[in-house]
Design a protein around this ligand. Sequence first.
Ligand SMILES: [Fe+2]
Length: 320
Amino acid sequence: MNTATLPAAALSAAPTLEALYPLLARLSIGAGWDKPEPAMWPQPKQNFLPFHWRYADAAAAFEAASRLVSTEQAERRNLILVNPVAGNIYSTLRTLVVAYQSILPNETARSHRHSPNALRLVLDAGGGAYTTVNAKRIPMHAGDVVLTPSGCWHGHGHDGDRPATWIDYLDVPLVQLLEPIFFEHHPAGIEQPDRVTPDSPFIFSFAATEAGLAAAPVDAQYGRQIELGKPALKTVGLHMMQLAPGMQTAPVRTTANNAYTVVRGEGRTIVDGESFEWRRGDVIAAPAWRPHHHVAGSDAILFRVTDTPVMEALGLLRSA
Ligand SMILES: [Fe+2]
């Protein structure tokens, strides 16, 4: 039953608050002065946990998964980085989900489109892996970032001879919260490309990234940093950061959520006092309002994926 009522006299004559509360409960009304928990607090609660996922673990898991599950069985052969905060079964950060994905030679991952925005960073492609976005086939090489904005058809395939691996980043948790999830399969199964092109608004090549980084000034918090797009997607901001060997960055504390992926090099990231030693392909979650900084052990490039555009658009971006 989705409605309830009580005689007005029963409510108005309630002799005590203890008598009033159960009557209000029958009407699905809560007494604002008697909330079980406060609705606001002095600053962000830091619910999500700092965490570190290793590419080596994902690669080993893919060896098993490649034997055990095909892309015909699975929509995508991916490994979701589930933040270990209590009650969470999917999200990596409050607004973002991150997943490793692998595709084997001669496999395809059928085309679909959805309202959430997505992008991927290529880890190992070895030649022959591609993403088809809106009927344009885009070759994928290590270090490339490929966008599939909200509503764009996209599928993957692999004509090479070695497994290809990349990392997907999506704003699904945010869109789930807001409700407007839409998803559909392409009627043709695999969208056939009308064109093959490395020259697409949906790709940031690693060659262009390296050239941009070489020309970028050094920032205390982010090293040499360039932004991919302005922003790349309405809800997701993308940056590449290059840290010189031995560089220690100044601490960052922001209401935005940050996922760092190691494109090159070794080092460590300290998030809210926890130190994570990383190497290529690893992912580090730095949730909102968790102070964090990096120490590069070698020449290092980090890919920073953040919900800053959301926070900015809503007037909620704040740093401390
Ligand atoms: Fe997708």
